[in-house]
Design a binder for this molecule. Structure first.
Ligand code: CA
Ligand code: CA
Length: 495
């Protein structure tokens, strides 16, 4: 076992020794070896980075596709232009691109410094109140098709981009692809099906993404066959036309939807989620999601039909324009809809369901107040270990996407600023900070009763440090981490 581990470390070391980073900026004129020698052509950089371990780092700014999915430069129909996330490539956006920060992963913040992939080739959409300046846009901004040459989206990663303004096709089209899509914003894409994303026999994993103001049957996402996993994501102000404001599952699609927040989407049927089993029975599991402000039309939040199988657990469905559970949910034509351990306005039959005001902080902020009846009311088996914010779920899971963390009276800090891993840990903990201007941090460890156990100083190298030999008994601890003039809290489990 030890030899295997050493071999693994050796393999990683060799990989790291040969792994390359290609740098891309909107005005680059170089070969991509550094920020000062950055490449301008994002697709060429992605093509070069398809060796295992290679990655592309992209500065904030606007990027328009130049080729079609076959790599043809300036195709006769410019609307077929798109980006392809070539199989095995890893593409990261949101960098400031400051010379000297090469290799420093955390010098990025995709939400503050967006790297925008746009289908508005002529940059004229701003002139419109209608579609007349969008009908010259790309059909799709990204196409990942494993059947294509070169193949797209197999074991690939895209992280930290804004994907917007496709027209007549989805922002991202995945065919047979199994890529990971993390911390991306899909916005203002318009298609008949799957405004933000359309999956055809694809198995994408979506983490921490936002889908806003997209239009299509399945305003945020439409999945046709394949297995969709979606975690910690926001669906807001999407328009599902006929079916599924947030998500439409159809044609045998299998979907796992966890820790997501559906807010103010609309559709004729299923403002948040619709399942249509007409040409293949869908199976959809929705766990620890919060669904509010879906006020229009029939079946205000969930619609399922034609023998689709939909399971809902640990969810909050409240404030969707009706006080009748049977108006919020609609199951027709042999569909199976089961709801358990959920807070449903108007009530719904099922184990552990309640019908009480969940006490949101506000309608537009569905964190729970400390007197919420949803705290610790969830089922543990099958529930995620963390919540929308990445915080640990405490004691028993709360209902909805946000956990009310109150052990020892401490609320965890947003984990965007730093990583502390692994969690649970055995004897060693690694710290990775975005704040590169600190060279050390002070860590104070408290037990679950709030008693101080240790205070330790950690030296950081390029934002990374470690703690070892902690000898802590199994249980939950609070780490108070002081870095420069900031203090963070993290709940950690020793095992
Ligand atoms: Ca346009
Ligand atoms: Ca809890």
């Amino acid at each position: 076992m030890k030899n295997l581990f050493l071999l693994f470390i050796l393999a990683i070391s060799i990989l790291n020794a040969t792994a390359k980073i290609y740098y891309v900026t909107p005005n680059g004129t170089g070969m991509g070896t550094s920020w000062t020698d950055a490449e301008r052509d994002l697709q060429l950089a992605i093509n070069k980075a398809s060796s295992l371990g290679d990655s592309v780092w992209v500065k904030e700014g606007l990027y328009l596709p130049l080729r079609d999915k076959n790599g043809t430069l300036n195709p006769s129909n410019p609307r077929t232009k798109c980006f392809v996330i070539i199989s095995y490539s890893k593409v990261f956006g949101g960098y400031l691109g400051i010379p000297g920060t090469e290799g420093m992963f955390y010098t990025r913040d995709p939400w503050s410094n967006p790297s925008v992939l746009s289908g508005d080739l002529l940059q004229n959409d701003f002139q419109q109140p209608d579609d007349s300046f969008s009908n010259d846009n790309c059909y799709n901004v990204i196409v990942n098709d494993v059947r294509n040459t070169p193949a797209g989206g197999f074991n690939a990663l895209i992280d930290g981009f804004t994907i917007s303004r496709s027209f007549g096709g989805s922002g991202m089209l995945n065919i047979g692809a199994n890529l990971v899509i993390r911390d991306c914003l899909f916005t203002k894409n318009k298609s008949e099906y799957g405004g933000g994303m359309y999956n055809e026999n694809a198995n994408p994993t979506i983490i921490g993404c936002h889908f806003r103001e997209n239009i299509g049957n399945g305003g945020g996402i439409c999945s046709h066959q394949g297995k969709l996993k979606i975690y910690r994501s926001l669906f807001m102000d999407n328009n599902g036309l006929g079916l599924g404001g947030g998500i439409l599952n159809k044609s045998g699609a299998v979907s796992q939807i966890e820790n997501c927040w559906f807010y103010a989407n609309m559709a004729s049927l299923g403002g948040a989620i619709a399942d249509n089993g007409f040409d293949g029975i869908t199976q959809t599991t929705v766990v620890n999601c919060t669904v509010n402000e879906h006020i229009l039309f029939d079946a205000r939040a969930f619609y399922c039909s034609d023998q689709s199988v939909v399971k809902i657990m640990n969810c909050i469905v409240w404030g969707n324009g009706s006080t009748s559970g049977n108006n919020i949910f609609k199951a027709v034509s042999g569909a199976s809809l089961s709801i358990s351990y959920s807070d449903i306005q108007g009530g719904y039959t099922g184990t552990g369901n309640i019908n009480s005001d969940p006490m949101f902080a506000r309608n537009s902020d569905v964190h729970l107040k400390s007197n919420s009846p949803c705290i610790d009311k969830g089922e543990t088996t099958g529930a995620p270990l963390i919540d929308f914010d990445g915080n640990n779920r405490v004691v028993k899971p709360d209902l909805g996407c946000f956990e009310n963390g109150t052990i020892a009276g401490v609320r965890e800090s947003n984990t965007e600023q730093f990583l502390v891993s692994p969690n649970p840990f055995i004897d060693q903990v690694f710290f990775e900070f975005k704040e590169l201007n600190v060279d050390h941090v002070s860590v104070t460890i408290f037990n679950s009763q709030g008693k101080k156990i240790h205070t330790l100083n950690i030296k950081l190298e390029r934002g990374i440090g470690e703690l070892g030999h902690l000898n802590l008994a199994n249980g939950v601890y609070i780490f108070e981490i002081e870095a420069g003039d900031k203090t963070y809290f993290r709940k950690m489990t020793a095992q």
